[in-house]
Design a binder for this molecule. Structure first.
Ligand code: KIV
Length: 273
């Protein structure tokens, strides 16, 4: 007699579980996600972390930067993604100016974590941002920091450029990474920095470091979903790879990404600095 056996449900990925993955040397897989259908695909592919990023301003809303994204936008997308996830950990971005002081940051975290189902909020920067991080963490809103290329700083940086190439910039970035960790961040996204610098930061930090354009020494990788499916219109970042082109279906592309990250095959030198 044929007895159908259900696939065992995956244990939910938690914030402390990410720390355990770093300790065991298991690569963490992360992708951005903005809607229910893709969230179901991301979960089915076994992605560890889904990020409702403010990149939605560019890839969903068609803006030229992330700066016009609001907490309302993040809340809308976070709620619908949360509804399709059961084991993948969900992080939501705090958009431009939404964490300009502790009161606004608390309100935004209350909506994204308290009402919409995110387990963590992500915010860009160090310096004065460390105080915001400590305040949120003390109020049980876990924080993922974001350093390197910070898209919300696009005007100051003069474009979407690789960060930390010069000695002083690299030292400042390492100091900032240690500072956000000391402030209580439990995860760090490091965007568009040379592989060697990302390796130093990853080795220096106790918390997991997730790279995007930061080489393969990081504890995990994240990509913008539409970039890695090759459907973002116009120029895509050099560090991103179109996994759909070689696999032919969305589920296969997502699985190929997960396998490549877990096995340390992505990013290769072609997709790093
Ligand atoms: O907003 C976003 O999608 C991000 C990723 C690029 C990490 O911050």
């Amino acid at each position: 007699m044929y007895v159908e056996t259900a696939t065992p449900a995956r244990k939910p990925v938690t914030v402390p579980a990410l720390q355990g993955m770093k300790a065991r040397g298991e690569k963490i897989t992360m992708l951005t996600c903005y809607d229910a259908s893709f969230a179901a695909q991301v979960e089915a592919a076994g992605v560890d972390v889904a990020l409702v990023g403010d990149s939605l301003g560019m890839v969903v809303q068609g803006r030229r930067s992330t700066l016009g994204v609001s907490v309302d936008d993040l809340a809308y997308h976070t709620r619908i993604v949360a509804g399709s996830l059961s084991s993948t950990l969900l992080i939501a971005d705090l958009p431009y100016m939404s964490f300009r002081d502790t009161a606004h940051a608390r309100d935004a975290a209350q909506r994204l974590v308290g009402e919409c189902g995110a387990a963590m909020v992500k915010l860009e920067g160090a310096g004065w941002v460390c105080e915001i991080i400590s305040d949120l963490v003390a109020r049980e809103a876990p924080v993922c920091a974001h350093l390197g290329l910070m898209p919300q700083a696009v005007h100051r940086l003069g474009g979407y450029r690789v960060q930390g190439r010069e000695h002083d910039d690299a030292e400042r970035l390492l100091a900032d990474a240690l500072a956000v960790q000391a402030a209580g961040a439990q995860l760090l996204v490091l965007e568009a920095v040379p592989t060697e610098l990302a390796a130093r930061v990853t080795a220096a930090l106790e918390i997991p470091v997730i790279g995007i354009g930061a080489g393969n020494a990081c504890d995990g990788q994240v990509l913008v979903l539409y970039d890695m499916l090759g459907i973002t219109p116009g120029r895509r970042p050099r560090f991103s790879k179109d996994f759909l082109a070689t696999t032919g279906s969305v589920p296969a592309a997502l699985r190929a990404y997960v396998d490549a990250v877990r096995q340390g095959r992505f990013p290769d030198a072609e997709h790093a600095y």
